[in-house]
Design a protein around this ligand. Sequence first.
Ligand SMILES: Cc1cc2nc3c(=O)[nH]c(=O)nc-3n(C[C@H](O)[C@H](O)[C@H](O)COP(=O)(O)OP(=O)(O)OC[C@H]3O[C@@H](n4cnc5c(N)ncnc54)[C@H](O)[C@@H]3O)c2cc1C
Length: 485
Amino acid sequence: MSRLLILGAGIAGQTAALHARPRLSRKHEVVVVSPNSKWNWIPSNIWVGVGYMKAEQVTFSLAPVYKKTGITFHQAKAISIHPEGDSSSSKPYVFIGHTSEDKLGQTEKVSYDYLINATGPKLNFEATKGLGPGKNSLSVCTYSHADETFKHLEEKIERMKKGEEQTFIVGTGHGQSTCQGAAFEYLLNLEFVLRENNVHDRAKIIYLTNEFEVGDFGIGGMFLKQGGYITHSRIFTESLFTERSIQWVTQAHVKEVTPNEVIYENFDGEEKSIKDDFAMLLPPFSGIGLKAYDKNNVDITSLLFASNGFMIVDGDYSKKTYEEWKPSDWPETYQNPKYKNIFAVGIAFAPPHSISKPMINPNGIPIFPTPPRTGMPSGVIARQVALNIVDMINGKYSEPKRKASLTRMGAACIASAGANFFKGTAVSLTMYPIVPDFQKYPDTGRDLKYTSGEIGLAGHWIKLFLHYAFIYKAKANPLWFVVPE
Ligand SMILES: Cc1cc2nc3c(=O)[nH]c(=O)nc-3n(C[C@H](O)[C@H](O)[C@H](O)COP(=O)(O)OP(=O)(O)OC[C@H]3O[C@@H](n4cnc5c(N)ncnc54)[C@H](O)[C@@H]3O)c2cc1C
């Protein structure tokens, strides 16, 4: 009997668990450890943040899904990994702390034969003074953050209806934040809602970002096919913003958020600030802070995790200049080099470096996006890793055979630009590969046959359809597996 232990029940963890369970006989166990009782389709939090959906529409309870699929679920958070066991047993285990009401405060050792770390990001609001819910800015990273953001938005709309002018800042709350796509979506949805409420003319909307230029999205920008022409994503994005009277400030490292001001340092090292009434700023991400210990209880966290807290896998982490970066730097099997039965998928794995060109200002402050790992690659990687582990458990192979490098993987992304069944729009983007390969595609880094971008109403319909399809799949409803990652 083997036990596959999966830490995290987000997009990656859920995908891995659902793919592994039916491929393993019942003598093997699939165990998921995750602190929340609910699953959240995070991309639709954007719509919660503008009132298009309620939190209940983007979440569901995990326990019944695991019960029907035969997956053991501990509502708990992983605290430390013990890949060599301890003085009482050499069996590897993860030390967990329960979070459910009935077991709150209890701890437990959960042993494993194979471990998948799918714990996603820590939303590192502490990196910037005054950043985040409960402090001076808003977020849409969780459904409860998004719910709170919508309440603030409603209040601002009411003020504008009474004749007040309001300044909205949407973007990144730190020089090293990622997930610009989410900020971009919230920005365009906010603008749409203000228009729908006939208060747009009383609003000043500013996109504040750590990107060197808009349209970088943490993937170094891209050339894309649009309406038969090749356009750079900067032009595409600037044009969308101009059409919507959105101003933008790039190359900004936000260093402090006060109740009515965002203070940032720019690429020239100057300190600037913008007064605001509403700031939705995404935090930087780090690993969730798992620790690791060897059999003698010696701290070996640095063997498993990079300094940013993400898990070390089979990437090339040696220090290199931008010019030296190669596609082969990126991991393929997501296996930890020291402990071969440990893998990391989704946001939890440590990227070897950023995708956007690193930029550092004269004061030594890095101002560039760290690499995004969106839903589709997170799911694809999770499936491949789960299938590799299944093959190893079933004795088919002794090492992972399937590979899933971001340098040989495409992605499709639909960014909502306004949610309404008749008047809404979304930007549909495809790219191949996700990480540009300038050896293979010297001019653009990507294959223009598969790299495109269009905006239109059909995009909104597809985004809405995908919302229901991905929740259907995550619930493991009949034929869930026909919905791709
Ligand atoms: C607002 C927003 C909008 C987005 N929109 C899009 C989009 O339109 N398209 C797209 O492709 N991507 C989008 N993304 C990105 C997408 O959400 C991520 O790529 C995806 O969630 C990553 O999956 P993951 O499983 O790695 O992490 P997550 O989905 O964050 O899951 C991590 C899991 O680990 C659990 N966990 C945390 N700590 C512990 C612990 N100590 N022990 C055990 N478990 C733990 C969490 O509770 C969670 O279940 C968006 C992201 C945000 C924030």
